[in-house]
Design a protein around this ligand. Structure first.
Ligand code: NDP
Ligand code: HSE
Length: 437
């Protein structure tokens, strides 16, 4: 097969849709590092247009003459690569589709869009023979999606489990290390600008759920959208839960988990607060850092760690995608696309088997422990550990279970709430990261 040799004088053109926190850094770094990037690409990279709501706003390292508010003109300009960093669903979705129809490869960091309309965007990329890359959409600077799509293409991934939302990890770290309440740290995180403009995207788990859908689709070669993800946020995590976790040598993290069920018949994708043993590698991921733990049949356990947000770190992942897409333009090829051939069913959370922690306030008198144990047993939930502490006339009882279904655990909790011996169910949370049943 003969290929046309690349033309070293032809620049690869790049247009930016959005020049905010991430886009401004991508534009600046693309210009600043152009001399280094050219030999990596095999041709010079040239930033030719930048769309922003306010094009008069000066952006360091970006020529004001190429800034415009006409995003559609930029999207349809026929630039080799269009980089979408506006965020949101519309007009980002239609601008990306227009860019692809005009023959441009697309790089984006837009997790919300990919988790809702990934199938449509991938199909459009295939139809138009262009690349669609989005390394920055999950865990910011951390190289994660390309390893899943390319490096692990010969392996069989069984589970992906990670901390993919930095702001909630910051909040949970402070609650664990400084004993502050959820309400106190929410105000601090907001004041520090760590939370999205709509904080519910972070604290209710929607941002992590979008990332979980993207990870699951790549890991299991299956179409997964954000609507398939079971999602619980951190707003119900109490100081009692944090203290109970500490007493058990555990820490609470908001985890995104995507796993094959043991018989391989489907996948479950879930986001929820989780207790992890302090010895687990994800337990030591503090503050706004992200980390993702991957289990693959041949490779075993792998861990990816780094900065999950911020303009400069995120721009590293975006520029990495730009360089790969640019190389493909130079060689007249396109990179490997996401495959969804496996078509595994995405199962409801009811199909998940996890361990649970249950925190109870109970009467402190003979026979109570036996009654509680019977309630668990009657509902098919096996107890792994019980820890008791005196609380005046009452006792605090922390129960950790073996693997149990959501349904059995819910029935157990209902049963406990109806018992005279139980004054209050103070907390229920899933536990991950322990071996065995
Ligand atoms: P910003 O809100 O900071 O920037 C958005 C940019 O888009 C701004 O430059 C804005 O213009 C421009 N814009 C918005 N709407 C339009 C429009 N209709 N026409 C033209 N320009 C428009 O967002 P971020 O940089 O924080 O995020 C960009 C993307 O990257 C999002 O998808 C986000 O989820 C993702 N991401 C962000 C991370 C981060 O740390 N911030 C980390 C990982 C991913 P103007 O500047 O004039 O307001
Ligand atoms: N709100 C996100 C976070 C930004 O806290 O991780 C990066 O995607």
């Amino acid at each position: 097969m003969s290929t046309t040799p690349p033309d070293p004088d032809r620049a690869v053109t790049v247009a930016l849709l959005g020049a905010g926190t991430v886009g401004a850094q991508v534009g600046r770094l693309l210009n600043q590092t152009a001399a280094d990037l050219a030999p990596r690409v095999g041709a010079p990279l040239r930033l030719v247009a930048v769309a922003a709501l306010d094009p008069e706003n000066p952006r360091e390292g970006i020529d004001p003459a190429i800034q415009t508010s006409d995003a559609r003109a930029v999207a349809t300009s026929g630039a080799d690569i269009v980089v979408e960093l506006m965020g949101g669903i519309e007009p980002a979705r239609s601008l990306i589709l227009d860019a692809m129809a005009a023959g441009s490869s697309v790089v984006t960091a837009n997790k919300a869009l990919l988790a809702a309309h990934g199938a449509e965007l991938h199909a459009a990329a295939a139809d138009n023979g262009v690349d669609l890359f989005y390394e920055a959409a999950v865990a910011g600077a951390i190289p994660l999606l390309r390893p899943l799509r390319e490096s692990l293409a010969g392996d069989r991934v069984s589970k992906v489990m990670g901390i993919v939302n930095g702001s909630t990890n910051y909040m949970l770290t402070k609650m664990d290390e400084e004993g502050v309440t959820y309400e106190q740290i929410f105000d601090e995180a907001r004041a520090l600008g760590y939370l999205e403009a709509d904080p519910s995207l972070d604290i209710d788990g929607h941002d992590a759920a979008a990332k979980a859908a993207i990870l699951a689709a790549l890991a299991f070669h299956t179409h997964v959208t954000i609507d398939d993800v079971h999602c619980e946020g951190i707003s119900k995590v109490t100081a009692d839960d944090v203290r109970a976790a500490q007493a058990m040598g555990m820490v609470i993290k908001l985890l995104a988990v995507a796993e094959r069920v043991p018989d391989g018949s489907g996948v479950i994708v879930r986001v929820h607060p989780t207790m992890l043993p302090r010895s687990h590698p994800l337990a030591s991921v503090r503050l706004s850092f992200n980390a993702v733990f991957v289990e693959a049949e041949a490779a075993g356990e792998l861990m990816f760690y780094g900065r999950g947000a911020g303009g400069v770190p995120t721009s590293s992942a975006v520029l990495g995608d730009v360089v790969v897409a640019a190389r493909n333009r130079v060689t007249g090829s396109i990179g490997p696309a996401r495959t969804v051939y496996a078509k595994l069913p995405v199962l409801p959370i009811a199909a998940a088997q996890t361990r649970f922690y249950v925190n109870l306030d109970v009467a402190d008198r003979p026979g109570v422990l036996a009654a509680i144990a019977t309630a668990f047993a009657k509902n098919g939930v096996s107890i792994q550990v019980v820890r008791q502490e005196g609380h005046g006339d009452n006792a605090g009882l922390i129960v950790r279970t073996h693997l149990a279904s959501e349904e059995d655990l819910e029935r157990t909790v209902e049963h406990l709430r109806d018992m005279d011996e139980v004054k209050a169910v103070l907390g229920v949370m899933r536990v991950e990261g322990e071996a065995g049943t």
